[in-house]
Design a protein around this ligand. Structure first.
Ligand SMILES: Cc1cc2nc3c(=O)[nH]c(=O)nc-3n(C[C@H](O)[C@H](O)[C@H](O)COP(=O)(O)OP(=O)(O)OC[C@H]3O[C@@H](n4cnc5c(N)ncnc54)[C@H](O)[C@@H]3O)c2cc1C
Length: 408
């Protein structure tokens, strides 16, 4: 987002109770939660999205006891994971199921669910600025300006210094954001159709480390949709984004091992920031908070895994309830222990990326997979966390802890 002098207001400036900037995952979850709370019947809501043709720009996976969201958005589910250390071992993950959602299906289903709410208006516009002025928020888009009682912002594009300061104050950050290590979880993959039935469609490969690490943490991720079709990706945790021929080579090698020729149906290349930069440190916001960040800038994405979809849904429900009841607004602050664990692991992956393989393999070798999923959901007890860390290379984590405490 860039800062731009506001345009001259039109004779009668439009006004909305709520504005949601960004019709991506968090914006749509919030709009649907507002509808479920009956807010869309009482409040006027504008949803501003800059992309006129949001399509299948990503897929979301999550594990949960039940699927979430509108009917028909889950395109495939699995009940087991191949163990990252013992490749032939299928670990059942009950009570969880691993779900796969195509973003195009989610966008469409959300818009369908919201279409009967006459108080919602959609605008294709890029919001370039917003600020509180005379008790309302003044919003500037490329094509229109309007005012709103509250704004919910998921957009996160090249913020200028003012916006950075505003976001820092929203998150409750006081220290220099540059101190946080920044890495990418980047993936480059192909949706593959194989000639022979070589995939087991009942279990996913979450992390298969038998690829050259090349100074990073790298693994193959496989989502098998049928015996002949799968998404096969090379994933890398590292300071740089995954580039060059290594992904194609890794996928080719993987398919050679499966023993089948194949054709490529689709490519999927993307990257998710791995950073504690957006960790929310405030536990609540005033009931009358006018500018509310949601989604990625509000700390939805877990820094060490890149998962956020389920958290955004849960947060949207809590936020809509608080709005309806005019209560202080909740935030996505995570328990301090889990923020600390993420800091320690991020530092190890940042400073000693070649150690990632051993850490993750050891994790899956020594712990029940369901406990790991519960841990990644930040729902484990302290005793479960002790059980986990006591079986990991403890020296590495203690070293990281010492540096963390010394703020180095
Ligand atoms: C490729 C990829 C794969 C991912 N896979 C998973 C996964 O499998 N599971 C999981 O849990 N999480 C996953 N994540 C993490 C997270 O769930 C997603 O990034 C999620 O889309 C974040 O939601 P959001 O609302 O913050 O951002 P987005 O979904 O990106 O939505 C932001 C929206 O704002 C719009 N916008 C931006 N700027 C402006 C502006 N100035 N004015 C108007 N509109 C604007 C954008 O066009 C976009 O539609 C993935 C992330 C990526 C990038």
């Amino acid at each position: 987002m860039e800062t731009e002098s506001p345009k001259a207001p039109s004779a009668v400036e439009k006004h909305f109770d709520y504005t949601i900037v960004g019709a991506g995952a968090s914006g749509l979850w919030l709009a649907m939660a507002m509808q479920a709370e009956g807010l869309t019947a009482k409040k006027t809501i504008r949803i501003a999205e800059r992309d006129p043709a949001k399509e299948n720009d990503r897929t979301w996976c999550y594990w949960a006891p039940q699927s979430i969201g509108p009917e028909g958005t889950v395109s495939k589910s699995w009940n087991a994971i191949f163990n990252p250390k013992h490749h032939e071992r299928r670990d059942p993950i009950a009570p969880y199921t691993y779900h796969h959602v195509r973003s195009a299906d989610f966008y469409q289903a959300a818009r369908n669910a919201l279409k009967d709410s006459p108080n919602i208006t959609w605008i294709t516009d890029e919001v370039t600025n917003f600020r509180e002025e005379n008790g309302v928020v003044k919003v500037t888009g490329r094509s229109e300006t309007w005012t709103t009682e509250r704004i919910f912002v998921s957009a996160l594009e090249a913020p200028d210094a003012n916006q950075t300061a505003r976001l820092d104050s929203f998150l409750g950050r006081s220290k220099n954001p540059g101190a946080d290590r920044f890495m990418w979880q980047s993936f480059s993959g192909k949706r593959i159709k194989s000639e022979k039935p070589v995939f087991d469609p009942t279990a996913i490969n979450m992390m298969k480390f038998d690829v050259p690490q090349e100074g990073h943490t790298r693994f193959i991720y496989v989502l098998p949709f049928s015996e002949n079709e799968a998404l096969v990706e090379l994933t890398q945790f590292g300071k740089e984004r995954l580039e060059g021929p290594s992904a194609d080579e890794a996928i080719e090698t993987y398919m050679q091992k499966q023993g089948s020729a194949y054709t490529v149906l689709e490519d999927e290349v993307a990257a998710i920031p791995m950073t504690a930069r957006f960790d929310m440190l405030r536990s609540s916001l005033p009931a009358d908070q006018k500018i509310v960040y949601i989604g990625t800038p509000a700390g939805a994405v877990k820094p060490t895994t890149g998962y956020a979809f389920k958290r955004m849904e849960a947060y949207a429900r809590d936020l809509a309830k608080a709005l309806k009841n005019e209560k202080p607004l909740p935030t996505m602050r995570r328990p301090w222990r889990f923020r600390l664990y993420d800091h320690l692991l991020l530092r190890i992956l940042y400073e000693q990326p070649h150690r990632g393989k051993a850490i993750f393999e050891r994790l899956f070798e020594t712990q029940p997979t369901t406990r790991i999923l519960k841990f990644l959901d930040e729902k484990t007890s302290i005793s479960e966390e002790i059980a986990i860390f006591s079986r990991l290379p403890i020296g590495l984590f203690l070293g990281s802890l010492v540096k963390h405490l010394a703020r180095r």
